[in-house]
Write a protein that binds this ligand. Structure first.
Ligand SMILES: Nc1nc2c(ncn2[C@@H]2O[C@H](COP(=O)(O)OP(=O)(O)OP(=O)(O)O)[C@@H](O)[C@H]2O)c(=O)[nH]1
Ligand SMILES: [Zn+2]
Length: 335
């Protein structure tokens, strides 16, 4: 049984669990400290990840390793590149979330939703059905789906208790509305739980005979550390090599929003963005680099105010071809 078929037989939640829990053997993590020293670690875990196996299957079925002679060009700055292989011979990266969505019918598969398990006992808050919910198309959260609003009273009560726990008087003038404000703010910080890839893409996947690298870099990112519930923030750079399908540029930034606006660790965030781009356009490869500042390391704990964490996920040709990877990294690091 092929691995793509195995993937297609997994339920969305199983796939989500597998994606969330699987580390890429070659994910690079660089930590830059105060003195700019760079520490690079590569996990050498022998466990092949979901994506690895999907990729190797994809390569087997396509049986077409890119030739070094093939040439491409960098689309963003029009710099000629001798390294980007032509799409005709590129293995296409394919990830399927379930067996019901054929990969060639133009329908975008849904991103597996992170299950909402944070509801208060006793309150029944169903997962957002996305029906009548324009939230996904308006990431500014001027209006909230009913399920999100239903969370507010319990959350506000929790914040009120928290204020009391701090020894504060929740009824003093400055704090009267604070529990509700804080609850709304937390809902905003985690609004990605109510977004899915299909809705965010809004059909902006276009057939295009374009086989050169597309890079959108320095996308601002704000997320919440799942260990301490304090922010981490930074920037995300995404590159992909299209296989006759391109993505509306803003959708790359919107994909970052889906996964950053959740409780996260940076490694998982990086991987989820790469997987989502793969699901959206089945390119020959995807590269994602995230540079983050973790307030849990700045305001508390080790208090290293200049440290930055850099994580990357390289899929497909970005993983297999060092020159393609280098081309991407050069673009990302150029001013
Ligand atoms: N790998 C990873 N670790 C993270 C991330 N955000 C926070 N952490 C770490 O999560 C760890 C939690 O460690 P604990 O020892 O349980 O918690 P702690 O006592 O608050 O740890 P310190 O931060 O070292 O004070 C810390 O090392 C954090 O730096 C992330 O995105 N990725
Ligand atoms: Zn933290």
């Amino acid at each position: 049984m092929s691995f793509t078929r195995q993937l297609s037989e997994m339920s969305a939640s199983e796939l989500n669990d597998a994606i969330d829990d699987t580390n890429f053997p070659q994910a690079h993590i660089l930590s830059r400290g105060r003195n700019n020293s760079v520490c690079s670690t590569s996990s050498t875990s022998g466990t092949s990840s979901l994506i690895d196996r999907a990729l190797s299957h994809s390569e087997e079925t396509n049986n077409a390793a890119p030739s070094p002679e093939e040439k491409g060009a960098i689309s963003e700055n029009a710099t000629a590149s001798p390294t980007t292989p032509a799409s005709t011979n590129r293995p296409r990266l394919i990830l399927k979330t379930n067996g019901t969505i054929p990969e060639t019918d133009g329908t975008q598969p849904k991103t597996p939703m992170t299950p909402r398990t944070s509801t208060t006992p006793g309150s029944s808050v169903p997962d957002c059905s996305h029906e009548n919910c324009t939230f996904h198309h308006d990431l500014e959260l001027d209006h909230k789906p009913p399920t999100r609003e239903a969370l507010l009273p319990d959350m506000a009560r929790s914040y009120r208790l928290l204020l009391g726990g701090l020894g504060e008087n929740p009824d003093r003038q400055g704090l009267i509305k604070t529990p509700e404000r804080a609850a709304k703010a937390m809902l905003y910080f985690t609004k990605g739980y109510d977004q899915c890839l299909e809705d965010v893409l809004n059909g902006a996947v276009f057939d295009e005979d374009h086989d050169e690298m597309v890079v959108v870099k320095d996308i601002e990112m704000f997320s919440m550390c799942e260990h301490h519930l304090v922010p981490f923030y930074g920037k995300v750079s995404i590159g992909y090599l299209p296989c006759n399908k391109i993505l509306g540029l803003s959708k790359l930034a919107r994909i970052v929003e889906i996964f950053s606006r959740r409780l996260q660790v940076q490694e998982r965030l990086t991987k989820q963005i790469a997987v989502a781009v793969t699901q959206a356009v089945q390119p020959a490869g995807v590269a994602v680099v995230v540079e983050g500042v973790h307030m849990c390391m700045v305001m508390r704990g080790v208090q290293k105010i200049n440290s930055k964490t850099v994580t990357s996920t390289m899929l497909g040709v970005f993983r297999d071809d060092p020159k393609t990877r280098e081309e991407f990294l050069n673009l990302v690091n150029s001013k």
